[in-house]
Design a protein around this ligand. Structure first.
Ligand SMILES: *Cc1c(COP(=O)(O)O)cnc(C)c1O
Length: 371
């Protein structure tokens, strides 16, 4: 079986370095905070070309704390894409604010900037573009709108480690970026982890306080904070794994190149990559007719595929009553037909060739166009 992802292989390839990092952490005597946390925060800020990085417990908290640090809460609205992982919406709801969905584009599968305007009200405070599957959003258009309406742009970059926009880090195009280091992400810990990068020092120290009981000085509490910190042992693992991120991105891109060539011959839609974007290929997603059948056929050929994501946030139990009026045809179309092929540094070229041959042999069909 070709697994969708093989984290055991990816981490065991550098097992001795990870063991050394863990051993150093045990020896250090710091188990919260300390030098390996600040070391990774510095390295990640540098990689992202940002001035500040604040480690937090996970990607959801990275989004939620960013909104809280900006004072976003009850009576506020935040623009989110109709098709994304549920965390983007939950972060807004958990602040007491309202997620306002905007449909995605059918070519890039990303937030459609041309549909944002009609969703802005006097309560809109921020927009969360999600660089979905690793493809940067149309940040120029989004930033122009944000500037005109005085909105904060908080990017959900949880799938976009290493993505580039206009040849520089996507982080340069938002007020802040929320990162997840969940094990399966392009840069993942051996547990939960997250971070926020930004150029605003006051915002960064607010985040630090919010994730640390509202405190920057022991027993002095200035904010209604929570406990959401990046463990130093995870930070040490991340610093270790960061050395391989660019090599892994190159593998992801070469796998994606092979898939793209193959799918083109079958006219199967994939994300359109605008010329000013470099895709980080956290996921490789195509649109197929009769997805369940395609998934089964691929499985019978020993290829494990997944779906990201089969149910829109607005159709989930927690949201579906409130959002029954929202019509998000493109988001619905993509979530109905999307299929994710295996991608990552665990794959070798023989496996990728087998997957391409199988796709051709199965003669998978594109979905009927959205009428
Ligand atoms: C993974 C992910 C998150 C949440 O990250 P966690 O670390 O699991 O909390 C948020 N948004 C998107 C788009 C993600 O893929």
């Amino acid at each position: 079986m070709i697994p969708f992802l093989d984290l055991k292989k990816i981490n065991c390839d550098i097992k001795s370095q990870l063991i050394q990092a863990a051993s150093d952490e045990i020896q250090s005597g710091y188990y919260i905070g300390g030098p390996s946390l600040s070391n990774f925060e510095e390295k990640w800020a540098e990689y992202c070309n940002s001035s500040f990085c604040v480690g937090v417990g996970n990607g959801l908290d990275a989004l939620k704390l960013s909104l809280l640090a900006l004072g976003i809460g009850e009576d506020d609205e935040v623009i989110v894409p109709g098709h994304t992982f549920i965390a983007t919406w939950l972060a807004v709801s958990q602040c007491g604010a309202t997620p306002v969905p905007v449909d995605i584009r059918l070519d890039t599968f990303n937030l459609d900037p041309d549909q944002i305007l009609s969703s802005i009200t006097s309560r809109t405070k921020a927009v969360i573009p999600v660089h979905l599957y690793g493809l940067p959003c149309d940040m120029d258009k989004i930033n122009n709108i944000a500037l005109a309406f005085n909105l904060y742009v908080i990017a959900d970059s949880a799938q976009a480690h290493g993505a580039l926009y206009k040849n520089s880090s996507i982080d340069n195009f938002s007020y802040a970026s929320a990162w997840s280091f969940y094990p399966g992400k392009n840069l993942g810990c051996l547990g939960d982890g997250g971070a926020i990068t930004t150029n605003d020092g006051d915002f960064a120290s607010k985040l630090k306080s919010l994730g640390n009981y509202g405190s920057l000085k022991k027993y002095v509490h200035i904010d209604l904070g929570c406990n959401s910190r990046l463990d130093p042992i995870q930070a040490a693992f991340l610093a270790c794994k960061l050395q391989y991120l660019n090599a892994h991105l190159r593998i992801r891109n070469s796998v994606a190149r092979e898939y793209s060539k193959t799918l083109k011959t079958l006219n199967i839609p994939i994300q359109l990559i605008p010329p000013n974007c470099k895709h980080a290929y956290h996921l490789f997603v195509c649109l197929v007719n009769d997805r369940d059948k395609a998934l089964n056929l691929l499985l019978q050929n020993r290829i494990q595929c997944l779906v990201h994501y089969p149910i829109l946030p607005s159709k989930q139990k927690i949201y579906r009553n409130e959002y029954s009026q929202y019509f998000l045809p493109n988001a619905e179309y993509v979530s109905k037909h999307c299929l994710s092929l295996p991608i990552g540094p665990h794959l070798n070229s023989i496996q990728v060739a087998h997957i391409c041959d199988t796709i051709l042999r199965l003669n998978l069909l594109p979905p009927d166009p959205l009428s």
